[in-house]
Design a binder for this molecule. Structure first.
Ligand code: PRP
Length: 225
């Protein structure tokens, strides 16, 4: 059955992770000729912004919800960190590494925990990213661990002995340094990714291909990807 979303009036819809991710994405889109004047009004309480001329819509969502909107077709295209894309593990195509928001997913803790990792002991691991942590310990290191899900300030987990180590994002490393913690192992590098709904990828093939190509060329020129 034909997907009712797609007709001549279909607005190519973007779900952007609120905050720095969205701001940086909008900057890049502007550089390739896609602007949304409505979004520039910081006082606006609107949730969905439209560019009638280009037949495009944009909305801002909480980062972890972006893959959900894209998988279920409320957005054709999404921009989220690769941490979120991996953790949510949704049925979406990852079409582009946008090259910004670079950081690393790491196993961190007090230096004394290094030994626990080396001995492959059954340790407690706190993380906002339990799926990434589980995949790393179970599938890559073949180590059984007890996972504890936290929603933020994950470093605390290691500081108050809730867990032996944490799996978390390290950007500048200052949160770790200021709390006497260190990187024990690197899980993977991270950056912002563009993701696409699989049906949109077929139905809007040309528009999406054209957009990806323009952004890729722009990033290559800038030396950012
Ligand atoms: C992230 C991450 C670390 C910190 C790393 O937290 O979870 O805590 O940034 O950055 P740094 O290496 O530059 O210090 P965020 O600020 O997103 O808040 P959260 O801890 O509530 O998730």
């Amino acid at each position: 059955m034909a997907d009712q979303r797609f007709n001549d009036e279909h607005y190519l819809t973007f779900a952007l992770g609120k905050g720095r991710l969205a701001n940086k994405t909008l900057e890049i889109l502007e550089q390739v000729g896609i602007t949304c004047e409505e979004m520039k009004d910081k006082n606006s309480r609107k949730l969905i912004f439209v560019n009638e001329e280009l037949k495009m819509k944009f909305f801002l969502a909480k980062g972890p919800d972006v893959p959900t909107y894209v998988e279920l077709g409320s957005a054709d295209i999404g921009v989220a960190g690769s941490d979120t894309v991996m953790e949510e593990n949704r049925n979406v195509y990852e079409v582009l590494d946008l090259g910004f928001g670079k950081c690393k997913m790491c196993v961190c803790g007090p230096a004394s925990a290094r030994e626990l990792l080396q001995r492959h002991e059954r340790i407690r691991v706190a993380s906002k990213y339990p799926n990434i942590a589980k995949d790393y310990f179970y599938n890559k290191k073949h180590q059984t661990v007890d996972l504890i899900k936290l929603n933020g300030s994950v470093e605390l987990g290691a500081l108050v002995q809730l867990s032996d180590v944490i799996v978390d994002i390290v950007e500048t490393g200052s949160t770790l340094r200021e709390n006497g913690l260190v990187v024990l192992e690197e899980v993977c590098p991270l950056s912002a990714r563009m993701i696409v709904n699989p049906v949109s990828m077929q139905m809007e093939k040309e528009r999406i291909r054209d957009l990806v190509l323009k952004i890729r060329n722009y990033l290559a020129e800038k030396g950012e990807a």
